[in-house]
Design a protein around this ligand. Structure first.
Ligand SMILES: Cc1cc2nc3c(=O)[nH]c(=O)nc-3n(C[C@H](O)[C@H](O)[C@H](O)COP(=O)(O)OP(=O)(O)OC[C@H]3O[C@@H](n4cnc5c(N)ncnc54)[C@H](O)[C@@H]3O)c2cc1C
Length: 421
C-alpha cells in the first residue's frame, strides 16, 4: 500500500460524473484543494442523456456554459408525452411556460458531456485521478482516510478533512453503512440502447424527447447528434420476471406492440448492444454524517421519466460543495449547513417524485394528457418539468391545484376517460 496521508486534502470526491465534477469545480473555485477519484477512464458510456432547461443556470455558475454550448449537442425545446396507442399527446414547449425562465435544454451523449465537466474541474484546479477505484473509507475525529486502487493494481491511502460521495448508483458510502432504502412499489428495470435511422420529429419539433406511456411501463426516445437516437424501456421488475424472456426480447416486443414507437422504427438499426439497469429508485436514510456528504445519485435516485437526474445531481453537488466549503471554515465535522443541505435535497427530489408516482396512475395520466391551461396550471407544470425547483408562491399553489384536480379525476370524471393502449 502506497500511504501518503501526511498530506491532507481539503476534500476527496468519489466519482467524476456530473455530481462529482460539479462538487469539485465548486470547491476548487472557492480555493479548496480537491482530489477526485474516478474508477473509469473518460470518456465512458453513461445513460442519462436528456437534460432540463434549468441546467443552464448551474452551467453558468460553474463557468462551463460556453464549453457545453459549443460542443454541438442537440437542442431540446420540448418534451412530448404520448399515449402508447398514439391516440393523444401532450407537448410541453419550454418557451411557452409563463413561469419557465429558460426556453431550451440539450440532449447529450454522456461520454462527451461528462468529460467536458470533468476537464473543467481540472482546469479550475482540482486534481483528478482516473482509473482510481475507491475501495474503502474510515472517518476519524479530524480527517477521513480513503483507500483506492490505481490502474496498475497498486493500492493507495489518501486523507482529507471531508469526503464527498458522488459515486452514482454504486452509492459507495451508503451501501457500506446499509443506508439504502428502495421505494417498495418502484422496483424497475431499464433496458436501453442507441439506434440509427429512427424516424424522429422534424421541423419545429426536432430535438424533442418522446416519452411514451404504456399500460404499466414506458419508453423514451431521445434524438442525439447525427442519426443516433437513444431508446429505452422502463418496466416493473415483477412484470419483467413474469415474462421469462431475455431483456432484448422484452425490449423489442415492447417496440413492436407500441404504435407510437413502432411506426418510427420501420428502418431503424441498432448501433450497439442493449444495456440493462435494475432496481434503481431508492433513497438513503442519511445524506450527511460527520465529515461525509452524499450528492447526486449517491444521495438518492428516482425513475428517469422526467429527465430530472442530471439536474438534481448537479444541484445537490453544487450545494454540497458550498456547505463543505463553509464547514472547512468552521472546522466542525457536522454543521447546520450540512443538515440544511440534506433537507433541501430531499425537497428537490420530492417535487419530481410526486409527478413520478402519479404518472403510473391512470386517473393522473388521463388528466395530464388532456391539459387545459385554465389558471395557467399547465404553465406551472411546464416550469417544474423544465427543472424549476425553487417554487414561487405563484407556481406552488397552481401545482397544488393541478394535483388536486388530478386526484379528483379519480372520483369525478374531469378529464375524458381515454385508454392508454
Ligand atoms: C435508465 C436511466 C435513464 C436515465 N435518463 C436520464 C435522462 O434522460 N436525463 C437525466 O437527467 N438523467 C437521467 N438518468 C439519471 C442520470 O443518469 C443520473 O442522475 C446522473 O448520471 C447522476 O450523476 P452522478 O454524478 O450522481 O452519478 P454518475 O453519473 O453515475 O457518476 C458516478 C461516477 O462515480 C464513479 N464511481 C462509482 N463508484 C466508484 C468508486 N468506488 N470509486 C471511484 N469512482 C466510482 C463512476 O464510475 C461514475 O463515473 C437516467 C438514469 C437511468 C438509470
Amino acid at each position: 500500500m502506497n500511504v501518503s496521508p501526511e498530506f491532507l486534502w481539503d476534500v476527496i470526491v468519489i466519482g467524476g460524473g456530473p455530481a462529482g465534477s460539479t462538487a469539485a469545480t465548486t470547491l476548487a473555485q472557492a480555493g479548496r484543494r480537491v482530489l477526485v477519484l474516478e474508477k473509469s477512464k473518460f470518456p465512458r458510456f453513461h445513460i442519462g442523456e436528456s437534460l432540463l432547461p434549468y441546467n443552464r443556470k448551474i452551467f453558468e455558475e460553474l463557468g462551463v456554459w460556453e464549453k457545453v454550448s459549443a460542443a454541438g449537442f442537440t437542442k431540446k425545446r420540448a418534451a412530448q408525452f404520448i399515449m402508447g396507442n398514439d391516440s393523444r399527446g401532450n407537448r410541453l414547449d419550454f418557451s411557452k411556460g409563463s413561469f419557465t425562465e429558460f426556453p431550451d435544454a440539450m440532449q447529450v451523449e454522456r461520454a462527451k458531456f461528462d468529460e467536458i465537466l470533468l476537464e473543467h474541474s481540472r482546469e479550475n484546479g482540482a486534481e483528478v485521478r482516473e482509473e482510481s477505484q475507491v475501495l474503502g473509507h474510515v472517518v476519524e475525529k479530524n480527517r477521513v482516510l480513503v483507500q483506492y486502487k490505481s490502474a496498475d493494481g497498486q493500492k493507495h491511502e489518501v486523507a482529507a478533512s471531508y469526503l464527498i460521495d458522488a459515486s452514482g448508483l454504486g452509492n459507495f458510502t451508503a451501501s457500506r453503512e446499509s443506508l439504502r432504502e428502495y421505494y417498495a412499489e418502484h422496483r424497475k428495470i431499464a433496458i436501453f440502447g442507441h439506434f440509427e435511422e429512427v424516424d424522429m420529429p422534424k421541423g419545429e419539433e426536432e430535438g424533442d424527447i418522446l416519452i411514451v406511456r404504456r399500460e404499466n411501463s414506458w419508453l423514451w426516445m431521445i434524438p442525439l447528434s447525427g442519426k443516433k437516437t437513444s431508446v429505452g424501456l422502463v418496466i416493473d421488475a415483477l412484470d419483467f420476471k413474469a415474462l421469462q424472456k431475455k431483456p432484448d426480447e422484452v425490449f423489442h416486443d415492447a417496440i413492436k406492440s407500441t404504435n407510437a414507437v413502432q411506426k418510427r422504427f420501420a428502418v431503424a438499426t441498432s448501433s450497439d448492444e442493449l444495456h440493462v439497469v435494475a432496481d434503481f429508485s431508492y433513497k438513503n436514510e442519511r445524506l450527511v454524517s460527520p465529515r461525509v456528504v452524499r450528492v447526486g445519485d449517491a444521495s438518492g435516485f428516482i425513475d428517469p421519466m422526467f429527465s430530472s437526474g442530471v439536474l438534481l445531481a448537479m444541484a445537490s453537488a453544487q450545494q454540497g460543495g458550498q456547505v463543505i466549503h463553509k464547514a472547512l471554515e468552521s472546522g466542525k465535522p457536522l454543521t447546520a449547513g450540512m443538515k440544511r443541505y440534506e433537507k433541501d435535497n430531499r425537497k428537490r427530489i420530492a417535487i419530481y417524485w410526486e409527478f413520478i408516482e402519479n404518472f403510473y396512475k391512470l386517473h393522473f395520466t388521463q388528466f395530464f394528457f388532456q391539459p387545459q391551461n385554465r389558471f395557467k396550471l399547465v404553465c406551472a407544470v411546464n416550469a417544474v418539468l423544465a427543472g424549476r425547483t425553487n417554487l414561487s408562491f405563484a407556481v406552488w399553489w397552481r401545482l397544488r391545484l393541478f394535483f388536486f384536480l388530478a386526484w379528483l379525476n379519480k372520483r369525478i370524471p374531469i378529464a375524458e376517460r381515454i385508454q392508454i393502449s
